[in-house]
Design a protein around this ligand. Sequence first.
Ligand code: SF4
Length: 483
Amino acid sequence: MFAKTPEADFNCDYPGYSGLWCRLIMAVTSYAMTNNSVAVIHGPANCAWAVRNFCQTDYSLYYGNPFLHMPVTNIDQDDVISGGADKLIATLKEVDRDYKPEHICVFDTCSTALIGDDVQSAIKTAQKDCNARIDYMSSAGFTTPPLGKSIEQTALSYADMMEAPSEKLENTVNILGQYKEQQDCSPVPGKKKCKNRRKYKDDASELARFVEGIGLQVHRVLVSGNHDYIKTAPQAMVNVISCPTWGFPLAKKMEEQFGVPYIKQCIPIGIEPSKKWVMELAKFTNKQQEAENFIQKELDELMPVFEKTKSFVDGKVALIECGRNSQTAFARPMALALALQELGMQVRLFGLHPLELKAKAMDYEYFMQEGFDPLILDGNYAYQQPVNIVHVIEDLGLRQAGYVYFTQDIFPAARGGVFDPASAPRVETGVHLRRVLNAPARGVGFKGAKALYENIIEAVMFSARGSRPTLYGRVHGGFYENF
Ligand code: SF4
């Protein structure tokens, strides 16, 4: 599938899509994880509303900064002829005066990029009269339509906000690749470090537990914190990675630009991947003994539930959906597949658009290098249309008790009496909706693995009910996207 799909650039005429996942949305939502900052959208009001709408419905409710200010330069028909640079300069000065942020980031849009507004010069001019540091993130929607590419470009922008380190801090580690996660996991300088991280953990909290568990210290979790926090990230001895799509591009750039090496393991879901993640970091920092002790303690607690789960899924197929409505998820379903294979399940991934696979070449290369090449079901997938899971089950000839469905997105499929958790086991692994007490929602690490196993047992047991469909299956089952 990877080899057959052409390069995912904006000249690509492979049947797919153009700009549905606008780069502006990816860029602004990543910036929404920062503190004391304002995003200035340089474009028409409608672009700003597209991002605000996304933030309201799919972001701030669950993750990151509960409210990011996003004033807009409000480019109109006249400005696209005469240029919008003056409006941008005026807006930047007003934002600096009224909001008094530490940091302002300018995001351009299709119209201002097409007319070639000189954003950098406008920033230079405004900067003379502003206290806030002003940066620019290229984000015009048309420039990188496939989601994976758009993330790659956005992640690189954070290296531009960093400075060469005047000192290196011994035994310190940055965690890269955090996106859409809860902000208070990050120890922001000047703020009390949140030791008792929220009861609903994120991936960064579990990876920070690994880092601290082997006697190292977390320096920065990116993207998060204020400008000073981001700027000083290159002081760390080494970078480790959570999500590869966000993490690898930034790690590579930080290595090139500031000489910070990075550990190649990432997104550790399941026992072996978690062990590898910890051991690779331990080898680099000469903490092998500490790591072995740490791992042993974790496994003592985990193995009984691992064995129990294995018996529950014996002979079952894992149906892993790669983004129900978006067909964009790749790294996380793959990492999940690795963990489910470890439990002895046969894994089948579906609902992945070939262009999205192609646009996530970095993730693809990572799993290939790990020797993990599971079966991904290809098909006539209309982009952004959910794949009918009942057809997938029929095509594979699966019995009702023969599979477990793993969701990866919002609005997971369900229809009372047809395909419902009361009769078909399903585990909610979509990052938007999954919340587990005291375990990272996205499932990394030993705590994530334990929560995943417990959820599988629960799902299989619950599906034995057979009758009386769930409320979700009865209400949501009538939605257009369900079969
Ligand atoms: S930047 Fe382009 S793709 Fe994004 S919302 Fe504006 S016009 Fe649409």
